[in-house]
Each structure stands twice: as C-alpha cells, then as structure tokens.
Design a protein around this ligand. Structure first.
Ligand code: SF4
Length: 327
C-alpha cells in the first residue's frame, strides 16, 4: 500500500480524493468508487500499487496504436479496478472484480521490458489512471532507460494530475465512448466533458489516437457518431487516428455483436471527416491500411497485428506528405 497523491483531508477523518472527476469523499476505512484508493486513519492510500493482474509483450498495434513506431514490441502491464462501470467492459474480470495479482516494483517492470527488447511500456488492460502513483514511478524509470510510455485509458482524470503525468508519457490511446453526455452517465457512471478535456490536453502534449467501441443500438446512431467525428476534427484535427472497434457481447451486456455492414458504413462516414480511420475486431485487412491523405498511396499495411509494410519517417514515400505520428 502506497500513500496516494492528490487528496485533501476533510472533517472527521474523511478525505476527498482529487485524482479523477468523481472526487470521492471517503470515510475512514472505506474505498472510493474505483475500489483502488482507501482512507486509512485520515490518509489516502493506493491499494493497487505494484499489483500486476496481467502482463505480456504485445505488438504496439494491439493497444491499438497504428502511428507510433509500427511493428514494435511493447511490454504491457495492468492492475485492477476502474473509475467507470461499463456493462460492456471487455476486461471486466480485472476492472470490476478482484483478480489474482503478483507484486512487481517499478524497476522490475522496467528491467523486464528491457530484457524482452521492448520499445516501451503500455499501462493498459484495466484503467491505468487510477494506478497513478505506480504508473508515474514506473514511467519515470522507463524514460531514464530510453523506453517509451503509453497509456491505454478512458481519459477520466482531473486536469492537475494529468498535467503532472504527461511529461513522462509519450503516447496514449483514449477510449471516447460516445458523443452523448447521457451515454456516459447511463452506461459508464461518469461524465463525458472531463474526458473531452483530457483528450484536448493530451493532443497538445503527446501522440494521441482514439478508440470508439461501436455497440449495437447503444451508440451506433449515425447522427451521434457524426457528432463524435466532427468533434475530433473541430477540437483536435483531421490527422488524429480513429479506431472504430466492433463490439462483441461481454460482461453484463448481451446485445448482438455489431454488424459488419454497420462497421463499414461508419467507416465510410468517419473517413469523410478524418484522414486515418481503422476498423478493429473485424478481421478486415483492407480497413487497417494507412493511406497517404495526399496521394492515396498505401504506406502502411497490416495483417492482424502484424505490420507487412511501413514507413521509417513521418512522410509519404511517394509524395513526401507529412504523416501524423512517430515512426
Ligand atoms: S480515483 Fe478512485 S477514489 Fe479517487 S476520485 Fe476517482 S474513483 Fe474516487
């Protein structure tokens, strides 16, 4: 158990956690909404510090990051707990339950990444932002060793802690679940606006890609989806890669898997707004190719998570057009 950052003491041994927009007021002996931060005698502690529920070496494409050193190996680590409670969570066994864990220190994670010849470390599987202190300590050491640090996150964090973390982070894939406030309130038990604020801040500081899980009947309304695409273009830019991921039944939601025709339709709509759109969980190779937004040349080709062809710097090999990302 490690002393938490970002909280203030309140009357009667209560504390208020200020890490994420829930801003939980926590009684002595209790935990916050994420279950990962506990009030012990008037101080707040991180319960999941150094607790690893899942780890593995993955291609960076699996995060997914398609414009960040394509084809590199990334050490992925995750803990348990989440500040959202989505009924369609694909990782619910670690986000909503108490999985078995093994203890690792930040230096052990970094040593393992180096030993496995990884380009960097991804904090992923469960929500890394509520693992804040461990991510920060590990990212600091990893950066000193020349490793890249990646967040795969829901983006639900207050701006102060995010500002403090971002100098240590190189790239993120943020889950933007919907263009509707109601969707966040009803299905995630959180608010949409702070996620948008986090995304905007990340865009100015690190390499950013966005994932949206397309769920049958819940968020596949084309008007709302177009609002989401338009928001990305208006607030960030058309060069932000967007991964539309196909929903399969998981956890508490048993709606039918999203149809391929809907995925292809939304792809075509998104491509009207954005330069780099990809379809995840579909097995459709032609929707995972990166084409130059200027001349249309196919510059990065992927088969599953394997990179068949890539570029070595951020320009098109045919016409020299700048390609968003780090290569
Ligand atoms: S990080 Fe956890 S304890 Fe802190 S405000 Fe968010 S949900 Fe509550």
């Amino acid at each position: 158990m490690e002393k938490a950052m970002f909280y203030k003491k309140k009357n009667g041994q209560q504390v208020q956690c200020q890490l994420c927009p829930h801003n939980c007021v926590i009684k002595e002996g209790s935990v916050g909404i994420c279950r990962a931060r506990k009030n012990e005698q008037g101080d707040l502690y991180s319960l999941n510090y150094g607790e690893i529920s899942s780890s593995g070496v993955d291609p960076v494409e699996k995060k997914p990051l398609y414009h960040f050193y394509p084809g590199s190996s990334i050490m992925s680590v995750g803990t348990w707990g989440c500040n959202f409670a989505c009924p369609f969570c694909q990782n619910w066994r670690i986000s909503q339950e108490n999985p078995p864990v093994r203890e690792m220190s930040p230096s052990q994670v970094v040593d393992l990444a180096l030993k496995k010849n990884c380009r960097g470390i991804a904090y992923t599987y469960s929500e890394p932002l509520i693992w804040y202190e461990f991510v920060k300590d590990t990212a600091e050491l990893a950066g000193e060793q020349g490793l890249k640090n990646i967040l795969v996150t829901n983006g639900y964090i207050n701006l102060e802690p995010l500002k403090e973390l971002l100098p240590l982070i190189d790239a993120a894939n943020v889950d933007l679940k919907s263009a509707a406030d109601r969707f966040y309130l009803d299905y995630c038990q959180g608010q949409r606006k702070p996620v948008l604020e986090s995304i905007k801040l990340m865009y100015t500081r690190i390499h950013l890609e966005i994932t949206t899980l397309v769920i049958t009947d819940l968020n596949d309304n084309s008007r709302e989806m177009e609002e989401l695409f338009a928001w990305i273009v208006d607030e960030l830019g058309p060069e932000v890669p967007l991964h539309l991921s196909r929903y399969y039944p998981a956890y508490k939601l048993d709606k039918q898997q999203t149809s391929l025709s809907m995925m292809k339709y939304l792809y075509s709509r998104a491509a009207e707004y954005l330069q780099y759109v990809y379809l995840g969980n579909t097995g459709l190779r032609e929707f995972n190719v990166t084409s130059c937004p200027n001349c249309g040349a196919e510059i990065i080709d992927r088969s599953g998570y394997r990179v068949i062809k890539s570029i070595e710097k951020n320009s098109c090999t045919e016409c020299g057009q700048e390609i968003a990302g780090e290569f």
